[in-house]
Design a protein around this ligand. Structure first.
Ligand SMILES: [Zn+2]
Length: 108
């Protein structure tokens, strides 16, 4: 082991420096493995409002843009909407008012 200082302030400083270095190395490894960082995903822009359906039938939802006056509920990212649409137990239709399908539509 290399020679380390014996006093606490320098040991703490050394530890902080090594932790920062470790963070930089982790980031470099991640970039080397996955390529440069992508742009951050946009803010959640959609809302799915679920309708009541009989037990045993697929859930029925209406997809709204987040700024639609009819949209109430949790805002979802495009990725979350895509995951919901992949489920066979759910049918999601586009709202006729805000027509999210004419905008950047979440792919099935
Ligand atoms: Zn709508």
């Amino acid at each position: 082991m290399s020679e380390l200082p014996r006093d606490l302030p320098r040991l703490w400083t050394l530890k902080r420096y090594l932790l920062l270095l470790l963070t930089d190395v982790d980031r470099a490894i991640e970039q080397a493995e996955n390529g440069p960082p992508r742009d951050k995903p946009g803010p959640p822009r959609y809302v799915v409002m679920w309708r009541y359906t009989p037990v045993g039938t697929p859930r029925l939802g209406v997809l709204h843009t987040a700024d639609c006056w009819m949209a109430k509920g949790q805002r979802l990212t495009i990725r979350e909407v895509q995951q919901l649409r992949r489920s066979d137990a759910r049918n999601i239709e586009a709202c006729d008012v805000c027509t999210p399908d004419t905008q950047q539509r979440p792919a099935q």
